[in-house]
Write a protein that binds this ligand. Sequence first.
Ligand code: DC
Length: 209
Amino acid sequence: MITIALDGPAASGKGTLARRLAAKYGLHHLDTGLTYRAVAKALLDKGLPLDDEVLAEREAGALDLAALDRKVLSVHGVGEAASRVAVMPGVRRALVEKQRAFASRPPGAILDGRDIGTVVCPDAPVKLYVTASAAVRAERRWKEIVSQGGEAEYAQILADVERRDARDIGRADSPLRPAEDAHLLDTSEMDIETAFQTACVYIDAALGH
Ligand code: DC
């Protein structure tokens, strides 16, 4: 059994990295951002407010991790709404319980998010913190949208990334920050392949390879 905690800000490349690592090591993978996104989407779909803790906690408690649909939940506006529901301790409590249960399934799991190394799985033997400058992350997001035929304005995306960082870093409950024992991977100057190879070195060492 091994647990790998992978944290980092929005658009840092942690999702891609987590999927590749899960495939290589044969581990379950949970993108915990999707759990916050699903709660936000459920509230939006029902026309309910995003800041009512009782309602949001109810949605979090009813969430089925097996039903998370990445395609539907990846929409930009849902990410923004997710960072708003994620400030509520009741929502976090309900989702963290489900995330921990997921992490305990053999043969082990990789969870990516904001607070995996600090709160959800503080005993994980491998903790990675993937980051990049806001400008680099906004540029990646912009290229992704444009390459899919979408329209986007770089300045707008940069402003969104910065606002989301401020909310994720500034919240009182489980703010985004690297665990003290996390390995830092700054992808501003490192491509995803190099980040992947570096992460493998840390994981192999933990597995005793
Ligand atoms: O990684 P993402 O963009 O899908 O995350 C969406 C929001 O969910 C993010 O802005 C903050 C919140 N989140 C969180 O608070 N804790 C996590 N472990 C994962 C995501």
